[in-house]
Design a protein around this ligand. Structure first.
Ligand SMILES: [Fe+2]
Ligand SMILES: [Fe+2]
Length: 172
């Protein structure tokens, strides 16, 4: 039995503030991609979906003079680190299983190599799934961060994914 649903995460004010900042439609779509990849990589579909949904929760707004400043972002962004910590705190606060919270947080930390030292490193299957799910949703000029869907549709998609996860877990 899952301790925390995607719906509970989605509805939390922290999620609404920070996930919305980097794009709720992108977050939901990465959650779906991660769920889809979970079986192939033999990872927990619940953890994959949650990590996919929360992967960009660490974004900061890099604006100068009202315009998004890519140079500032490239030079100073630490969103995987910030996101790993923020998601972990949120999940624990919601009552998530401690191992799940740790694994999800690590997958967020490693979803992009911007927080990693250069060289060869081996990602765990869950970390790989979240990275690939994010890649699948990327659009030119970072348009994936600006896509919008109406909030009723967001909630329906989240509830739908919760049902899919529960169904798979009940079959295991
Ligand atoms: Fe990201
Ligand atoms: Fe992303």
């Amino acid at each position: 039995m899952r301790k925390v649903t995607l719906k509970a995460i989605y509805q939390h004010p922290i999620t609404q503030k920070y996930v919305r900042r980097s794009g709720m439609a992108h977050a939901i779509s990465v959650a779906y991609h991660a769920f889809g990849l979970a079986k192939e990589y033999d990872v927990n579909p619940d953890w994959a979906s949650k990590a996919g949904f929360l992967h960009d929760i660490g974004h900061y707004e890099w604006y100068s003079d009202g315009e998004w400043d890519y140079q500032l972002y490239r030079n100073y962004d630490i969103h995987p680190i910030k996101g790993a910590e923020r998601a972990h705190k949120l999940l624990v606060r919601l009552g998530e299983d401690k191992l799940a919270a740790k694994e999800i947080s690590h997958a967020i930390l490693f979803h992009t190599d911007s927080a990693l030292p250069s060289g060869n490193y081996e990602l765990s299957p869950l970390q790989k799934v979240v990275h690939l799910a994010d890649e699948k949703d990327k659009q030119p000029d970072n348009l994936h961060h600006y896509r919008n869907i109406d909030s009723l549709k967001e909630l329906l998609l989240i509830e739908e994914l919760d049902k899919k996860i529960e169904l798979i877990l009940s079959e295991e």
